[in-house]
Design a protein around this ligand. Structure first.
Ligand code: G6P
Ligand code: ZN
Length: 560
């Protein structure tokens, strides 16, 4: 067998440092001779997968099929015993996490740049996940990076390309390859979590309750069709943009009010009660019904509040709740009411994994349209959509009013029970790194010398007085690791807060994120527009940070 393995000499490339979600670069960068091969060899040198089983999947973006072949060639030459590959190289990120866990694989390689645009002139990405199904921790990704810096050669199996288009098992040199259906295991998983009979019977008895899922031409199309059309028997017009395309149809496959306008427009025009979308690789979600946008911070709080109607949580119990720091405190209030432990972690899904593995966390979410639970170790877009349908079905079953309960009614009921946290995020994309740093330095100075405390700021909606300023530090309660400088928080005496943070996922210049949150128990404000509820606080946030002046930006690029 060794006769078929060849050593190919190569030289290191600069900058093969994986970020929070793997190595993400332009396709053209990955297409350079030896570039992708170097990075993949560095993965195998770091994780020592000899004799092990690895999963390969991806979101189907441009350069996905070629890279699957590269991984098979290099992996086999490096002694991988077995590869489990999604058909055509496709597995959504949550589906891949499930496959790794279900088949007790050693790890997996995911080919995705998440919600970044795809195609020959856009982004590609390679991400390594470990045996718990979650993204590799920093010590693993750092080791991969170190090895890319000194790489001299990579090994390949000299064999023709593998046919990825049919389910089946075969030998590939010394390695076994199993091509699996991309959807089946994921559907089985969701059927074991949710009350599908209840959802079905609700949808059947309420044919006027229209559902529309928008796949944004990302990977979730086939998953949504299998679940919504084939399993829940919804009509064909319940899905749109559900044909995965290598360039996502030229769009930006990110489920928010700006980029998922295809969904928002149809929902509003046709008065659809339940709309939802997911991103390129299927881990993000947006829930949007006519006239009712669910901010992700509320979404996770509502799922946590209704967890009992979801069989998975009813059976296993809810162990704890969590959110990322900038996410609104709506879920904290649910945790307090239910007497559950809850956590505030830095931005990034990996921080939830340790808590889940330790059995202390069941449901969590981030303001960045990520929602999920300990059923896998990634956030899960389609899971969130079905969770909402399960909750709506249960709420209607419980209700005695005879009136249909939809997204809006659930939101209002939640606010009546817990109060409302107005939440919004302003993104300033591709600003100069120096300008962003200046703003961060000025805020840090205020935090260090405590100069903002007790300062009163007038605004068009009243006065805000600063009560506390901090730079968020997190100590992981499981392994004790410390993460510093995770965002600057300015708190006010009325409980409102503003957070500033630099994005860790941008590819050009710097992206500044400003998160604003204001809590109210005044019923008169529950139906207000978010921007109205936050008007004065936004004025104050801009004033304190001198953002407009320092970043030279009148308006944010995206508001969520
Ligand atoms: C990725 C991670 C999320 C995280 C987000 C933050 O999507 O999977 O867990 O919330 O990045 O991105 P940012 O650009 O704000 O650093
Ligand atoms: Zn994603």
């Amino acid at each position: 067998m060794s006769a078929q393995v060849k050593d190919v000499p190569t030289k290191p490339f600069d900058g093969q440092k994986p970020g929070t979600s793997g190595l993400r670069k332009r396709v053209k960068v990955f297409q350079q001779e030896h570039y992708t091969e170097n990075f993949i060899q560095a993965i195998f040198d770091s994780v020592d997968a000899k004799g092990q089983t690895l999963v390969i999947g991806g979101d189907g973006r441009f350069f996905n099929p070629e890279t699957v072949q590269t991984i098979l060639k290099i992996g086999s030459a490096n002694g991988v015993a077995k590869f489990i590959v999604g058909m055509d190289g496709i597995l959504s990120t949550p589906a891949a996490s499930n496959v790794i866990r279900k088949y007790k694989a050693y790890g997996g390689i995911l080919l995705t740049a998440s919600h970044n645009p795809g195609g020959p002139n856009n982004d590609f990405g390679i991400k390594y996940n470990v045996s718990n199904g979650g993204p590799a921790p920093e010590n693993v990704t750092n080791k991969i990076y170190e090895l890319t810096k000194g790489i001299k050669s990579y090994k390949v199996l000299e064999a023709p390309p593998v046919d990825l288009s049919k389910v089946g098992s075969f030998s590939y040199g010394p390695t076994k390859v199993d091509i699996i259906d991309s959807v089946t295991d994921y559907l089985t998983l969701l059927e074991s979590i949710f009350d599908f009979p209840l959802i079905s019977s609700f949808l059947k008895s309420n044919p006027n309750f229209r559902v529309l899922f928008d796949g944004l031409h990302g990977v979730t199309g086939p998953y949504a069709k299998s679940i919504l059309l084939d399993t829940l028997k919804l009509p064909a017009n319940s899905v749109q943009n559900c044909e995965p395309l290598p360039d996502f149809g030229g769009g930006h496959p990110d489920p928010n009010l700006t980029y998922a306008h295809s969904l928002v427009e149809v929902v509003e025009k046709e008065g659809i009660q339940f709309g939802a979308a997911s991103d390129g690789d299927g881990d993000r979600n947006m829930i949007y019904g006519k006239g009712a946008f669910v901010t992700p911070s509320d979404s996770v709080a509502i799922i946590a509040d209704w967890a009992d109607c979801i069989p998975y949580f009813k059976k296993g119990g809810v162990k704890g709740l969590a959110r990322s720091m900038p996410t609104s405190g709506a879920i904290d209030l649910v945790a307090k009411a239910k007497g559950l432990e809850y956590f505030e972690v830095p931005t990034g899904w990996k921080f939830f994994g340790n808590l889940m593995d330790a059995g202390r966390l069941s449901i969590c979410g981030e303001e960045s349209f990520g929602t999920g639970s300990d059923h896998i170790r990634e956030k899960d877009g389609v899971w969130a959509v079905i969770a909402w349908l399960n909750i709506i079905a249960a709420a209607n079953k419980e209700s005695k009013s005879g009136q249909l309960i939809g997204i809006k009614e659930l939101l209002l009921d939640h606010y009546k029970k817990y109060g409302r946290s107005f939440f919004s995020r302003y993104d300033y994309e591709e600003v100069s790194s120096e300008a962003a740093q200046k703003m961060v330095d000025a805020l840090n100075k205020h935090i260090n010398d405590q100069s903002l405390i007790h300062t009163k700021y007038p605004s068009s909606t009243g006065e805000f007085e600063v009560s506390k300023t901090t730079n968020f530090t997190y100590t992981d309660p499981i392994d004790g690791s410390v993460s510093k400088n995770q965002g600057q928080i300015i708190q006010f005496t009325d409980g409102s807060r503003v957070v500033f943070r630099l994005s860790g996922t941008g590819s050009q210049g710097a992206t500044v994120r400003m998160y604003v949150e204001r809590y109210t128990k005044d019923e008169g404000q529950y139906e207000k527009e978010t921007n109205e509820g936050l008007k004065g606080l936004i004025e104050v946030a801009l004033k304190i940070s001198k953002l407009t002046e320092l970043l030279q930006r009148e308006k944010p690029t995206v508001i969520t």
